[in-house]
Design a protein. Sequence first.
Length: 247
Amino acid sequence: MAQKLTLSVILPVYNEEKDVPRNVPILYKYLKENFTQYSWELIIADNGPSKDRTPEISKELTKNYRSLFYICIPRPGRGGALKEVWQKRKSDYLCYMDVDLSSDLSFLSQLISFLENGADIAIGSRLKRGAKVYGRTLLREIMSRGYNILIRTFFWTSFCDAQCGFKAIRKEAAMKLLPYVEDKGWFFDSELLITGEKAGFKIKEVPIVWRDDPASTVKVAKTAWGDIKGLARLFITRPWKKIQNSK
Ligand SMILES: Nc1nc2c(ncn2[C@@H]2O[C@H](COP(=O)(O)OP(=O)(O)O)[C@@H](O)[C@H]2O)c(=O)[nH]1
Ligand SMILES: [Mg+2]
């Protein structure tokens, strides 16, 4: 019998003592029922560790769920946590999603099937035609659209939504691309996509259903400033040139 393909699903978390016990069992059940053709694992990737009871609650859950693991990365930052866990896991496909499960889970199989059909990266999108978004504030909607227009203007990239917390990547692409992705925080996603597309990796964008969770950990002004600085750095340093040269 052919070996099953392997899939790692990462949940980046920071101070999520409410969502971890509520949503990890939902996601686990979903994977168990819908991803039988894969050998999969679910990883809670914490930073710090969290200051609330996330570590204890997560470790307790791992006792009841065989394919659930808890990893704590000492250095702060969601992007750095994703990079480190993605680089360490050996799975064929790597993905992540926000622990509030704002992205409708039914789209996960679409992301993975795009990877199976040759995409290097597959991303959920709230801004592509066909997406349905519920409960997002006007401010976040305007900022998100403006930011993504800025990316397309300066980098001539084709994806519409850099920041959706729902992405998947093939292991080989991750290994080639991640060493060039520097940001350890929220700009990580944008840097991965801009650098990836400019270096010639194939990105597929899937319009999804998104139900916004108002309990956000994002500090909008600070994150926006980090994004602007990140875009300026990429515009000047053009890291994709190094990848193109090493291919
Ligand atoms: N590992 C890690 N995860 C984080 C950190 N900050 C936020 N997250 C997680 O990133 C995901 C998205 O955060 P959320 O507050 O829902 O962002 P929003 O939906 O964009 O407002 C959630 O799963 C958070 O727990 C961090 O510093 N480290
Ligand atoms: Mg959220």
